[in-house]
Structure formats: structure tokens, C-alpha cells
Design a protein around this ligand. Structure first.
Ligand SMILES: [Ca+2]
Ligand SMILES: [Ca+2]
Ligand SMILES: [Ca+2]
Length: 327
């Protein structure tokens, strides 16, 4: 036995030296083992953190889906994802599509000047006039229809007035409300294209709306929302969102002969060979931790997203796939 006991008081110097050497080796071994353990555990821990964060976003997307369902329960249709709201009655006359969509939601909506000339109860932009147009796209439409009109002094979402002809009346004017349908965290509003507080152009200025981001660390980009228009088909985007996203996600078709179904371009046409995911309802898309949307288009769950040859898609979170798009 090499054991020594201080009690014996008879430890030879040689033994002490040898013991020191062993301790150094032991120390190195321990350091190496700890290093290996850290190397093994750290990715697992980081993975667990990111999985938990992803799960929180997926859960929030489910809550947004429920809010859309609640909106539909009141108004009969899901919120449109592309519509223009006109403060001035004249705007509606040249936009039959937007007018029809508003008519679907509020059949008694007053498009005339009758209540308009004497006050600004249609001043949705809060700039003191009633001649603007608010172009709602994707994430903006989600926030507008689930949150409702906004108190420009406090920033609070006020839902819509139950007044069937004037749903955009403020809460101070019309206390009886529908919504908001989702409890937005005020800290997570964003305005990707800077058109919520300022319009562009003189007179009939063009405005937009604010959007809403997920709670991933460092996230600056909002959820995207696209409606199938009650199963009548998603509209192909004519302008890329944030310079990249151009098409809703479509189902991979292994029998299609299309050469590059995974590389949509602006205005690309997809045949019925590539139906959209959620063809009857809507898509909600988080850009994930990388903050890039990618291009959308065909998603094949059996292949890694590098197959899409587009950085940014792989970590997206959606309401048609239970986690990151990357496998
Ligand atoms: Ca205005
Ligand atoms: Ca905006
Ligand atoms: Ca992404």
C-alpha cells in the first residue's frame, strides 16, 4: 500500500515528492475530464435552452391562432392579410377589393361622408386629419385586426367599437367594444417599415401599422401572417417582405417535375402541384433566432432546410410545423 498517514510522522521525502507528482497528473486528468464533460454537456444545455425558447414561441403562435379563431367567431371571417383602410370616403370608391373585405367583416360599415365631415373619428393614424390610407400587410394586418384601433396617446390597443357602422370609433367615444382578441405585450411591438407613426406623401398619405415580434433573444423582426382568404388561395406577394420573403410555405410534391420549386421569386407562380400549407386558413411565421425570414416557398419536412439553398429559413417557427423547420 502507498497510503501514508500523517499520524505516523514518518513520511520519507521521496514519498512526498512522488505524491506531488501523482497529484499533478491527477489534476491534469481531472481538468481533462471536466473539459470533456463541459464539452459534452454545454451543447445539450444550450440545446435545451433553445428548445424551450422555441417551444414558447410555438405556444404563442397557438395563442395567436386562437385569437384569429375568436375574431372569426365575432366577424365571420379570419382577418385578411392584405387590405387598405381609407380614412377618406373617396378612397373606397377606387378599391373594390378592400371595400368588399371590410364589408365582409362589418356589413353595415359606413363608407360615406355622413359622419365624417364634422369630426375625425376615422383618423386611425392620429395625425389630426382624415385623408390617409393605411396599407395593412402580413404582420401589420395581424396586429390591426387582433388589437383593433389604437389610442395614440397611450399606445393601447382598443379593439373595435360594437357600433356596426363605425367600428373604428375610439374607446372614449364608443365604450361598447369587441376585442382586443390578443393580449399584446407593449414591449414587443415593432415597426419594421416605419409607417405606424409617420405616413409618406402629401395629402392622401400612405401609412401602415405596427407589427409584433416573438420573444426570442435579440428578435427585431415581426411575425408574418398570411390569410388563405377562406380557402380562395393565398395571394402571391408582389413585393418581398424585408427584402427576402416572397411566398407562403407550400407542400413538397415529390412527383412534380418542376426543376426548382424551392427557389421562389417575386411574382413567381406556383401551380396546383404545390398547394400551400394550411390551404383553408392561414400561416403565421416567426423568423427564428437568426432574424431572417428566408424566401418561403416549398418546404420538405424530409430534408434539411439547406436544401432550400437559402440562409434564414432553417430556424423559422410556424403554425404548420411543430418546431424549427430544420430537422
Ligand atoms: Ca389621419
Ligand atoms: Ca409597419
Ligand atoms: Ca430564420
Amino acid at each position: 500500500m502507498q497510503t501514508t498517514s500523517p499520524a505516523t510522522g514518518a513520511v520519507p521525502p521521496a514519498r512526498g515528492q512522488r505524491r506531488g507528482g501523482l497529484t499533478l497528473i491527477e489534476l491534469l486528468i481531472v481538468v481533462v475530464i471536466i473539459g470533456m464533460l463541459v464539452a459534452m454537456i454545454a451543447p445539450a444545455l444550450l440545446g435545451a435552452f433553445s428548445t424551450a425558447r422555441d417551444a414558447a414561441v410555438i405556444n404563442e403562435i397557438k395563442q395567436l391562432e386562437s385569437a384569429v379563431t375568436a375574431f372569426k367567431a365575432v366577424y365571420g371571417i379570419e382577418p385578411p392579410s392584405r387590405v387598405i383602410i381609407y380614412e377618406a370616403p373617396a378612397g373606397w370608391t377606387g378599391d373594390t377589393e378592400s371595400r368588399a373585405l371590410i364589408r365582409r367583416i362589418w356589413p353595415q360599415y359606413d363608407f360615406t361622408t355622413a359622419h365624417h365631415a364634422t369630426n375625425f373619428n376615422r383618423d386611425l393614424t392620429g395625425d389630426g386629419d382624415a385623408d390617409d390610407e393605411i396599407r395593412l400587410n402580413a404582420g401589420e394586418a395581424l396586429v390591426f385586426f387582433l388589437g383593433g384601433v389604437v389610442n395614440r396617446s397611450t399606445g393601447a390597443a382598443e379593439g373595435f367599437a360594437k357600433n356596426p357602422a363605425r367600428p373604428f370609433l375610439s374607446a372614449s367615444t364608443a365604450a361598447s367594444r369587441e376585442g382586443p382578441f390578443f393580449e399584446f405585450d407593449p414591449a414587443r411591438y415593432v415597426d419594421l417599415d416605419s409607417n405606424f407613426s409617420t405616413g409618406s406623401g402629401a395629402g392622401n398619405a400612405v401609412w401602415g401599422w405596427r407589427e409584433y415580434r416573438d420573444n426570442l433573444p435579440g428578435q427585431t423582426k415581426p411575425y408574418l401572417y398570411f390569410s388563405s382568404r377562406e380557402g380562395r388561395g393565398y395571394q402571391t406577394l408582389t413585393t418581398a417582405i424585408d427584402g427576402t420573403f416572397v411566398d407562403v410555405y407550400r407542400v413538397f410534391n415529390p412527383t412534380s417535375s418542376t426543376a426548382t420549386p424551392n427557389a421562389p421569386g417575386v411574382g413567381a407562380t406556383f401551380s396546383s402541384a404545390y398547394p400551400a400549407h394550411k390551404p383553408q386558413t392561414f400561416q403565421i411565421i416567426s423568423p427564428g433566432v437568426d432574424g431572417f425570414y428566408g424566401k418561403g416557398g416549398v418546404f420538405n419536412p424530409d430534408k434539411p432546410l439547406s436544401w432550400l439553398a437559402d440562409v434564414g429559413d432553417y430556424d423559422n417557427l410556424t403554425n404548420f410545423h411543430g418546431g424549427r423547420l430544420k430537422r
